[in-house]
Design a protein around this ligand. Structure first.
Ligand code: FAD
Ligand code: NAD
Length: 487
């Protein structure tokens, strides 16, 4: 059988059939990663894409959000420059901010991705929404059946919007639509207190939009140490209008705008009107639209697809999953890795090619930044650890006038190995990466302390927090010894 794009008439209607070895569903970061691996080995594959090419990251995710945050940083520098004896005046031109964002996004990031997609041979690409119609069989759109031996589900996720926002849908934005605004709104309600809500909420606030953030749980859940969670909220609330704990009870629209009725956890109801409502309450995997019930794939009680994170295989059939489709570590570098892990395992099938996963790393590009690396405090419960901790206030941070926040580093109490860290501080991303390097290589605090550290640099904070952790390790060991000798 001709391996690629063998299309034929399937029924009296104009149904076409395509028989291939590999079908990749989704041409985002993970799907393209899988494509790059598989296409080196075979011509018998198709990558199916519903909607525009360009990836979530470049079009509506990482890149436009960071472009908005950078504009907001500039506005913030103007607002705070007086402190340095450099009073500045300036105003935010919303249209220009958004035009520049889209220009940079489209000309640099999306264009680069489209350039890559353009080079993919036409017979490897199919456009339309794919769904399973039987084991090994997909329907793409209404007219093309794809029969494949192996599948990679790289279909990403979409913003979740609960029904309570139905009455104000005309004013609702998500990360899919906010970057398309012609101008900045005068006011916005940001629903959620996760990474999208905090990154975009703070950026919009700094760009002069009257912003109120409505959370649910009262916590910034990415951080897991209660003191870190508390401090993150306290620090962000000094700048932002945040209702951390409660629930949106109802919404309605009138000539004034979109009204939000929010019940705080103390039972008090607050009602406020906004131009726009940005719903950032998490994302749902697009796997729910793939008709998995026809593919004979096991799911958990919650409906999520079970998979092995080392092979990305998700059933006894050769079906693999990657990227945000999994709900697990929905960040870019994991999508990139998972596409390749899934592809390698599909290529090796039925043999498994298990991959060692990297230590977890997540950064919120807020100011101060939030970062979590390696094992969180919560994950380390029950393990003997010591915690090195310090305010995020190295001499360099003092010079920057950026001394908010805290760092905690978790060491194995016996070996001194660095296991994880939670950070809240200006440009925490850089220290988080250094810690990620140390964790990746199983380094101890002592080993990291052997490297030179320049003065005055932010890295001095890493040195000092590791010295603090080492001190605590020594006193932990001393306590253990005295307990042992008195027993
Ligand atoms: C606002 C925002 C900011 C972010 N910022 C960061 C950041 O700073 N750093 C970071 O690491 N991560 C960030 N992320 C997360 C990052 O963007 C994602 O982890 C990554 O893009 C996921 O890639 P993916 O390949 O899994 O999915 P996607 O890139 O979404 O690709 C999936 C593709 O599959 C298509 N598809 C879906 N269903 C079907 C179907 N049935 N048939 C055919 N095609 C289908 C979709 O249209 C989509 O194009 C951000 C995300 C958002 C939303
Ligand atoms: N810097 C980054 O790496 C970055 C930036 C943006 C997005 N992302 C990725 O995108 C994913 C989605 O981000 P997100 O912020 O939408 O999800 P999230 O899961 O981080 O946060 C969603 C938040 O909304 C809250 N929530 C849920 N329902 C609510 C309701 N009805 N009312 C009020 N609050 C409610 C949740 O408690 C949670 O705090 C993230 O998991 C992340 O991996 C990453």
């Amino acid at each position: 059988m001709n391996a690629h794009s063998q299309r034929g008439r399937r029924s009296e209607s104009a149904m076409k059939t395509m028989n291939v070895e590999y079908a990749i569903i989704g041409a985002g970061t993970s799907g393209l990663g899988a494509y790059s691996r598989i296409s080196r080995q075979t011509d018998s594959l198709v990558m199916i894409q519903d909607g525009p090419y360009g990836t979530t990251c470049a079009r509506v995710g990482c890149m436009p959000s960071k472009l908005l945050i950078t504009a907001a940083d500039h506005a913030h520098h103007l607002q705070t420059s007086d402190f340095f004896g450099v009073p500045a005046s300036g105003r935010v031109e919303g249209r220009k901010v958004l035009e520049r964002l889209r220009r940079e996004r489209d000309d640099r990031f999306v264009a680069r991705n489209l350039g890559y997609v353009d080079k993919i041979p036409a017979h490897h690409k199919l456009e339309g929404r794919a769904r399973f119609i039987g084991p090994g069989r997909l329907m793409v759109g209404e007219g093309i059946e794809v029969n494949a031996k192996k599948f990679i589900l790289a279909c990403g996720s979409r913003p979740a919007i609960s029904e309570v926002f139905e009455p104000v849908m005309a004013r609702v934005l998500t990360s899919d639509t906010v970057f398309e605004l012609e101008d900045l709104p005068r006011s916005i309600a940001v629903i959620g207190m996760g990474v999208i809500a905090l990154e975009l909420g703070q950026a919009l606030h700094r760009l002069g939009v009257a912003t109120t953030i409505y959370g649910r749980s009262g916590k910034i859940n990415a951080l897991t140490h209660p003191a870190m969670q508390r401090q993150a909220l306290d620090v962000l609330a000094t700048e932002l209008d945040i209702h951390a704990s409660g629930q949106v009870r109802s919404t309605w629209e009138d000539a004034e705008g979109a009204w939000i009725e929010y019940e705080q956890s103390n039972g008090e109801r607050v009602t406020k009107v906004f131009d726009r409502v940005l719903v950032a309450t998490g994302r749902v995997s697009n796997v729910d639209r793939l008709g998995m019930e026809h593919a004979d794939v096991e799911s958990s009680d919650t409906g999520a697809i079970r998979f092995d994170p080392q092979t990305m295989r998700c059933s006894h059939h050769p079906i693999f999953i990657a990227g945000d489709a999994t709900d697990h570590l929905p960040v870019w570098h994991e999508a990139y890795d998972e596409g390749r892990i899934a592809a390698d395992n599909a290529l090796n099938y039925p043999d498994a090619a298990p991959a060692a996963r990297r230590p977890p790393l997540m950064v919120f590009f807020t100011d101060p930044q939030i970062a979590i690396v390696g094992q969180s405090f919560q994950r380390l419960q029950g393990r003997e650890i010591v915690i090195g901790e310090l305010p995020f206030a190295s001499p360099r941070h003092v010079v920057w006038n950026k001394v908010q926040g805290h760092i905690q580093v978790y060491l194995d109490a016996r070996s001194g190995a660095i296991l994880g860290a939670e950070l809240l501080g200006y440009q925490a991303e850089h220290l988080a990466h250094l810690l990620a390097l140390a964790i990746t290589h199983g380094m101890t605090a002592e080993q990291v302390l052997e490297m030179p550290i320049y003065h005055p640099s932010a890295e001095e904070l890493l040195r000092d927090v590791l010295i603090d952790a080492q001190k605590k390790r020594r006193s932990h060991a001393a306590k253990e010894m005295s307990l042992a000798s008195s027993a």
